[in-house]
Design a protein around this ligand. Structure first.
Ligand code: ADP
Ligand code: TRP
Length: 342
């Protein structure tokens, strides 16, 4: 990051994109988080521009109220990112709570955000429908998320499908603020993974994979537990010989994430044809376990090494925080000046 801060958002936009995204450290990162988020975050490093990625620990406090668990999850998520290719030299990688300016921006945005906007949030409504008693923090979660995005003059926010509405809300908040106080915040745009199946990875029960549905598969699961998890993917009682439409076989949704087109096409054709020697669901499951294993084996070893040295992980996060604060402070100053606070 250059030390000369652009004075106006317009100046930032003209230069090059600023990528930003975050994931909550609310449990073990799963395949949905990998394909929908982490993989795209790592891939974006190949594109010119600035890159900000963070661990959303303030957001996780809306669900986790155990200090040890939160600290452990933060290191776990950092090690996961680094093992999967996030390069803290090329990206500003940090912990959300190390940048307190974000909570100040949250307050400024909350004063221009209508209750109605928040009441329409799908993720909030889903949580209510699931019987969760909402805290004020859960209700205002999208404002904190908007502040995360706007605090770094982000222009591109790579996420999975479920987060799109939150980014649209950030756009609305930026517009409301700017229309009252001038050209302060940059308008961010969401970016989904190029493949639709990666933007919404199914869970082991066929619904969207999510920690909160208990249908998720940890990225680094291995051995018996991995086999057992893959064993949960629903199948039916049709015999291998019976020809089947591969689009109706859920296992293919998972295999498509890991196999190359040629191999995938071959398995699909054999299932569609049926007859003697056609693969049964058991064969597909064995292949899926192997494919997951092979895909994550190198990262698994790297993750273990990183977790062996938590002090080094903390040092990397501290370096990221310093760089992130520099930007967030400039944006906080711009916003508070515009509304008459400084
Ligand atoms: P969860 O729903 O398990 O709590 P998060 O809300 O923490 O997951 O999501 C972190 C990131 O991972 C977000 O960018 C989100 O869009 C992405 N993500 C989560 N679940 C999936 C999924 N099933 N498919 C694709 N992306 C997902
Ligand atoms: N709400 C996001 C999730 O649950 C995490 C998040 C917090 C985020 N702040 C963000 C994502 C800013 C993108 C941009 O996954």
């Amino acid at each position: 990051m250059s030390s000369a801060q652009p004075e106006t958002p317009a100046a930032t936009e003209a230069v090059s994109p600023t990528f930003l995204s975050g994931i909550q450290p609310s449990g073990s990162p799963h395949l949905g988080n990998y394909f929908g988020a982490i993989r795209q975050h790592v891939a974006s490093l190949e594109e010119p521009g600035e890159h900000f990625f963070f661990i959303a620990d303030y957001h996780a406090l809306t669900t986790i109220h155990d200090a040890h668990e939160l600290r452990t999850n933060v290191r776990e998520l950092a090690a996961t990112y680094f093992a999967l290719g996030m390069d803290p030299e090329r990206a500003v990688f940090f912990r959300q709570s190390d940048v307190p300016e974000v909570t100040e921006i949250t307050w400024l945005l909350s004063t221009v955000t209508g209750m109605g906007l928040l009441e329409r949030a799908h993720s909030y409504k889903d949580k209510l429908a699931n019987g969760i008693k909402p805290s004020v923090g859960l209700f205002t979660y999208p404002i904190l998320m908007a502040a995360d995005i706007l605090a770094y003059d982000s222009t591109v926010v790579p996420v999975g499908k479920d987060q799109i509405q939150h980014i649209e809300m950030a756009q609305d908040m930026a517009t409301h603020f700017n229309s009252r106080f001038g050209d302060v915040f940059v308008r961010p745009e969401p970016r989904l993974p190029a493949r639709d199946d990666m933007a919404k990875v199914p869970g082991l029960d066929g619904q969207k994979m999510s920690k909160s549905y208990g249908n998720d598969l940890w990225i680094f699961e291995e051995g018996k537990k991995l086999k057992k998890a893959v064993g949960r993917i629903p199948t039916d009682s049709r015999a291998p010989e019976e020809p089947k439409d591969p689009d109706g076989v859920m296992l293919f949704e998972f295999l498509a994430l890991f196999l190359d087109d040629e191999e995938l096409g071959d398995w699909r054709a054999r299932v569609a044809a049926g007859g003697e020697g056609a693969p049964g669901y058991g064969h597909l499951k064995v292949r899926l376990v192997e494919a997951i294993d092979a895909h994550f084996a190198p990262a698994r070893a790297r993750r273990a090494e990183l977790l062996d040295d938590p002090a080094e992980l903390d040092r990397i996060l501290a370096r990221g925080a310093e760089r992130a604060r520099e930007r967030a402070t400039a944006v906080r100053d711009r916003a508070s000046k515009a509304c008459g606070l400084r």
